[in-house]
Design a protein around this ligand. Structure first.
Ligand code: ZN
Length: 208
């Protein structure tokens, strides 16, 4: 399944969560976007073994890196105190500049390191954890750990910290549902998927 489909399904799950929480229109919009992003996260692993095989991957990774950089700038100015604003904003701008100019395969690894640094300076646990996720995703093969129960649990941890940080109801469930929707869409539950997901890694590498 391609990225657009994953994002659309994730966005739909965000909409359902927003409705069940009777969120305000602006929160609903935020959760729809968050669901869409969460639905794309598991495929951050395309920088692994597939790297170089897909012509689009480099472009997509660059876009994701730039997006994270932009979010980091906004987030730093919105949430950060005094110097944090400028350090976080600087890292964000640095990520945008570096990801725009670097034409090589380690971009996702660099993005992970940048996000960890951003999380460290902003003292946001979820951002540090997300950076570690991106870093790991840049090394593992496609459709492995990010597409497993272990991946769901780890992303759930990020989501729970994010909900506490933002203090918005529905963030945790939106992230989790968006992420899980991706694994379902990639699984053999759908008859047109020839490959499945190795849900039980590292215990079993059977594709489901
Ligand atoms: Zn996938």
């Amino acid at each position: 399944m391609n990225g657009t489909a994953h994002a659309a399904i994730g966005a739909a799950t965000g909409f359902i969560v927003a409705n069940s929480f009777q969120s305000s229109p602006s929160t609903t919009l935020f959760l729809v976007g968050l669901g869409g992003v969460s639905g794309l996260i598991p495929d951050l692993d395309i920088d692994g073994k597939l790297r170089g095989k897909i012509t689009l991957s480099h472009k997509m990774i660059r876009t994701v890196a730039q997006l994270i950089g932009i979010l980091m700038v906004f987030y730093s100015f919105y949430e950060g105190m005094d110097t944090e604003k400028y350090i976080g904003g600087g890292i964000g701008i640095g990520m945008i500049v570096i990801s725009s100019s670097i034409k090589q395969k380690h971009m996702l690894t660099l993005t992970g390191i940048g996000v960890i640094a951003g999380g460290f300076f902003l003292e946001e646990t979820w951002l540090m954890l997300l950076g570690v996720y991106i870093l790991i995703a840049s090394f593992v093969s496609h459709r492995s750990y990010t597409h497993s129960i272990l991946g769901v649990l780890y992303f759930g941890l990020i989501a729970s910290k994010l909900e506490v940080s933002l203090a918005i109801d529905g963030v945790f469930y939106t992230c989790l549902a968006g992420y899980i929707s991706h694994l379902i869409a990639d699984s053999k539950l759908l008859p047109f998927n020839k490959r499945g997901v190795k849900l039980f890694l590292p215990i079993s590498s059977k594709e489901l």
